[in-house]
Design a protein around this ligand. Sequence first.
Ligand code: HXC
Length: 261
Amino acid sequence: STYEHILTETPKPGVGLITLNRPKALNALSSPLFTELNDALSKYDNDKDIGAIVITGSEKAFAAGADIKEMAPLTFAAAYSNNFIAPWSHLATSIRKPVIAAVSGYALGGGCELALMCDIIYCTSKATFGQPEIKLGTIPGAGGSQRLTRAIGKSRAMELILTGKNFSGKEAGEWGMAAKVVDGGKEELLEEAVKTAETIAGYSHVPVVAAKEVVNKSQELSLREGVEYERRMFHGLFGSKDQKIGMTAFAEKKKPEWSNE
Ligand code: HXC
């Protein structure tokens, strides 16, 4: 790839893997890094051969936060007029295929927020999450106060954001923020994340994108609106070829051959 701060590869059919790669800064999320990340995400999202995406970092750091050295001299006027951090929303608002975060090492500040923007978090038990912004004289700015609170509840999120205390991958699992906690290192973690991405990529992309969309609606809508939204989407899928392929294959005791239509 032509990127400077990230690596991209296809470890298994249908799986796009993005590795944050600024080792000297523990993958601090500078604006140039995020521009590349967004570009790679869009390319995979638009690639019909890709069904799921994994984002990972190094053994030592998923990402140690937004780039503090870039932020230190920023003024209100510059941050406001250039809508600093707004491009980070691309992952949460525009990427329609499932994204799995595979977190080893530090996921602090913006790194924790990046993981929370992903659809599924896998981590090592020794991973270190946290929102330490308060120690730098500021607050989370990429959704941490909202997504961490939804992920682990208000009291815990409030405590973590107000004290700046870190929490472990083991705790992230116990609190329901991480879907899987791996006892080994990054290699074992990545293997698990890629395996899950491969499973997802093996299904028709049509219901996969729909499933992600309806689950995400649960974070935005009232229960009644969400259930109605889900039902309409469910109705809509009767218009897809793959609903017919999937249910006919079941009845005929065959393996479905998805058309992605
Ligand atoms: C810029 C960073 C960085 C960061 C680490 N580095 N984190 N540079 N921004 N967020 C750089 C260090 O300056 C250092 O560069 C090199 O990476 C290695 O880091 P060390 O500190 O020497 O490593 P270590 O002693 O192992 O400590 C690891 C660490 C520590 C505990 C993770 O680096 C740390 O506390 N980092 C900051 C964590 C943080 O506060 N994150 C939140 C940022 S605010 P040199 O050149 O000295 O070798 C944030 C706001 C989000 O994310 C809101 C909007 C998105």
